[in-house]
Design a protein around this ligand. Structure first.
Ligand SMILES: [Zn+2]
Length: 284
């Protein structure tokens, strides 16, 4: 989950240029209508409830759809986005697994927005959970648009680690920041999109790695004789650097480090680090 602060393209100019190519005469005929729809998309902040379709203009819509897959240099921004965000934080769920560019409003339902930069988002395989869904039966059942919803980057996903010694268990919680409005929509987005079991598995793996080698999380954790405040400070600095690197507090690397700072887990780590005569980077 992340607000995608990535520049919009000059979509109207691009579309105007592309419509002048011979094969795109169907777009040229309806260019004004298309650009009006683009304006409407921005006004509605990508919310499907406030966007009219382009029923009746199917030839032009399909032509735009086909352009998405074309190699036209005026569409290089699509591939650039794919390259830039591969392996980075998924804007929909927070996993560090972004692999593809997806359409927020599904291409099958809204082909007219196939190449609209506002509708393009870098995501991971969670797009298989989203599929063609953007809105449910009630006003609270609506997915949040990463291009418009800044608060997607606030710390919302939190984890607790328990049973630290053996058979580690994880509890994942959705926690609303105090100043968050439309709490229900954020909660719905979390439940619909975030793969909680995958997140739990990732945290267990990272925690077990840390138990074998504390320095694998942050090198300075390998030091013997850290005070509790030093431990807290090291983890907190690392958390801040990850939040900054991913430009979101809901990236899954931060979720893990934040879980280490939770009171019971921090106490457990400190007790293990404080064993007398502990050697450099010895297992916990
Ligand atoms: Zn994802």
């Amino acid at each position: 989950m992340k607000f995608l602060n990535f520049p919009f393209e000059n979509d109207k100019e691009n579309l105007n240029f592309l419509s002048k190519l011979n094969e795109n005469s169907s777009i040229k005929n309806d260019l004004t209508y298309f650009t009006e729809r683009y304006d409407e998309y921005h006004r509605a902040r990508g919310c499907v409830l406030y966007i009219n379709g382009m029923v009746g203009l199917d030839i032009a819509r399909e032509r735009i759809n086909a352009l998405y897959k074309s190699k036209n240099k005026h569409l290089d921004y699509i591939n650039s986005m794919r390259v830039k965000f591969t392996g980075k934080c998924c804007v929909m769920c927070g996993a560090i697994l972004s692999t593809q560019v997806d359409h927020f409003l599904p291409q099958g339902h809204f082909p007219e927005f196939s190449i609209l930069s506002a509708n393009l988002i870098p995501v991971c395989k969670c797009n298989q959970k989203k599929k063609n869904f953007t809105v449910g039966c009630s006003a609270d059942e609506i997915l949040l648009h990463p291009r418009y919803e800044k608060k997607l980057s606030k710390r919302i996903i939190k984890a607790k680690i328990r049973d630290h010694n053996n058979n580690v268990t994880i509890e994942i919680n959705f926690v609303t920041p105090r100043d968050l409005k439309r709490k229900e929509q954020f909660e719905f987005h979390f439940k619909k999109i975030v793969d909680v079991e995958l997140l739990k598995t990732m945290i267990i793996e990272k925690f077990n790695e840390m138990k074998c080698s504390p320095g694998s999380v942050v090198y300075s954790l390998a030091e013997p004789n850290l005070s509790k405040n030093e431990l807290k400070s090291i983890l907190f600095s690392h958390l801040k650097s990850l939040d900054k690197k991913h430009k979101s507090q809901n990236n899954w690397e931060s979720v893990f480090i934040h879980a280490l700072l939770e009171r019971k887990t921090l106490n457990w780590i400190w007790r293990k680090l404080s064993v007398p005569n502990r050697k450099h980077d010895a297992p916990l």
